[in-house]
Design a protein around this ligand. Structure first.
Ligand SMILES: *Cc1c(COP(=O)(O)O)cnc(C)c1O
Length: 457
């Protein structure tokens, strides 16, 4: 049977790891709108950004034209310790669903941070070290980014302060413990170590915090500290550039094994980095008119930035300190409901993904969390890997598409990003198992409160 000719794992050798990142902006017919300086309302220059971000990352951020950007040797060495990541044929899931579709997933959870975030963390710390910076600050929500960055900082010898959303640091003490084990200084946010933190605490002493608020604190500390910069794990163009290693590897492996380009590629979408990285090389082909692949972004129904958000200039953080980004957003004042356990809580969406969605290259759908966990558990039982709740959004859509193929008797090829593992999300699995997990869909009136926080621009 032809089905069995393709191995369970589409393995790449070490020397087949791509040596360059793919910059999708080089092939986009229209680029996304420029970042605006919040003070002047004018497009940000490299100088505006270099006070906050590492200069080489700013250069990558503003480079809209170089198609392939070489991965430095000192970073490739680190990548080789954990890459290529497995690209796996989901044969057991196919069998379980009785679908004629071929399903593949790219598994990025094979490192201690448990997610794709290490791809960009390592790159960012590598450049910071090269530039002579001695410390970095960042925020983390669920904790995967903080862990990835703590690992990279330990490896390259750079100090790190992580502002962790307070409610997450309380709900995920083991996440906090891993981050601290790698030597990072972890501060639950909001905190009294920054002016913005004090202000937010004064307004609401019992707040559980938010990603946007933790970002504001991390930026404030970076700006106040000598030889220190702020780094971000998603949303920005250079992060998507680093994550393009995911899609590049998929493409190389499909070519190696003679698998046709997938008909459907699916990724979960929080800030858009794994999705952007997975689809970049494939969407480049679509823009050039060489492919008919469908791209699907999956987001939580409780934080629906693409499916119900506005396409507008907005701040990246609650403290309204970042440059303004043109993106799909729920407003920087939006806070997802406290019972939302599935991750992907960010109010906005990467400008690249937003633009591709706006221009009709990407579809988006929103899923409720109990349905997402149903899909996660089905997948875990047949394929063995316990998925991160974030990743399970993509699993849900992949299952739905495979079931649709069964109905229409079509043998499509489906690829989805399995971004990480769920070992640190067991409290969410507990609430799913004991049926206390609920769904929450914000009303239009609730979303309006977030939209009211959009800047007038
Ligand atoms: C952070 C994270 C996501 C969402 O972030 P994106 O930038 O949208 O990719 C998805 N899955 C896992 C496992 C994560 O850690």
């Amino acid at each position: 049977m032809a089905k069995n000719k393709i191995p369970a794992r589409l393995h790449l050798d070490e020397d087949e790891i791509p040596k360059a990142w793919y910059n999708v902006r080089a092939d986009m017919k229209e680029k996304h709108e420029p970042f605006l300086h919040p003070g002047t309302g004018k497009p940000c220059t490299a100088r505006d950004l270099e006070g906050v971000f590492c200069p080489s990352l700013v250069k990558q951020e503003l480079d809209q034209d170089t198609r392939l950007i070489p991965i430095p040797d000192g970073l490739l060495e680190f990548y080789r310790s954990m890459r290529p990541s497995p690209l796996i044929r989901a044969r057991f899931l196919e069998e379980y669903l009785g679908t004629p579709a071929e399903i593949y997933y790219k598994f990025e959870g094979n490192n201690t941070s448990g997610s794709h975030k290490l791809n960009s963390a390592a790159a960012q710390v590598y450049y910071a070290k090269q530039e002579g910076l001695t410390s970095l600050t960042t925020e983390t929500g669920a904790g995967q980014w903080g862990t990835a960055l703590a690992m990279a900082c330990a490896f390259y010898g750079v100090k790190l302060t992580v502002y962790m959303v307070k409610i997450s640091s309380e709900q995920k003490p083991y996440r906090k413990a891993v981050i601290e084990t790698y030597g990072a200084n972890l501060i639950p946010s909001p905190s009294d170590t920054t002016e913005i933190g004090k202000k937010i605490l004064a307004a609401d002493p019992n707040t559980g915090g938010s990603l946007g608020c933790a970002i504001s604190e991390a930026i404030e500390t970076a700006v106040k500290t000598d030889k220190c910069r702020y780094v971000l794990g998603s949303v920005l163009d250079h992060v998507i550039l680093h994550q393009s290693i995911i899609g590049q590897e998929c493409k190389a492996a499909f070519q190696k094994y003679g698998v046709a380009t997938p008909d459907i590629i699916i990724g979960c979408a929080g800030g858009g980095s794994n999705l952007g990285g997975l689809i970049s090389p494939f969407i480049g082909d679509k823009i050039k008119g060489n492919s008919a692949t469908r791209f699907i972004a999956v987001e939580p129904a409780s934080c629906p930035s693409m499916t119900r958000g506005r396409f507008a200039y907005d701040f990246g953080d609650t403290g309204r300190t970042t440059p303004l980004l043109k993106m799909y957003t729920l407003g920087s004042g939006f806070m997802p409901s406290a019972n939302h356990a599935g991750g992907l809580r960010y109010h906005g969406m990467s400008p690249i993904i937003s633009k591709l969605y706006r221009d009709g290259y990407i579809e988006a759908r929103a899923e409720e969390q109990t349905a997402v966990f149903d899909a996660a558990v089905k997948f875990a039982k047949v394929e063995g890997i316990l998925p991160a709740p974030e990743s399970a959004h993509a699993i849900k859509a992949a299952i739905d598409e495979a079931v649709e193929c069964k109905r229409t008797d079509e043998k499509k090829t489906i690829l989805f990003g399995l971004t990480g593992t769920g070992y640190f999300d067991l409290s969410a699995y507990i609430s799913y198992n004991n049926k206390t997990m609920t769904d929450y869909i914000p009303s239009d009136a609730e979303l309006q409160k977030g939209f009211d926080s959009l800047p007038n621009i």
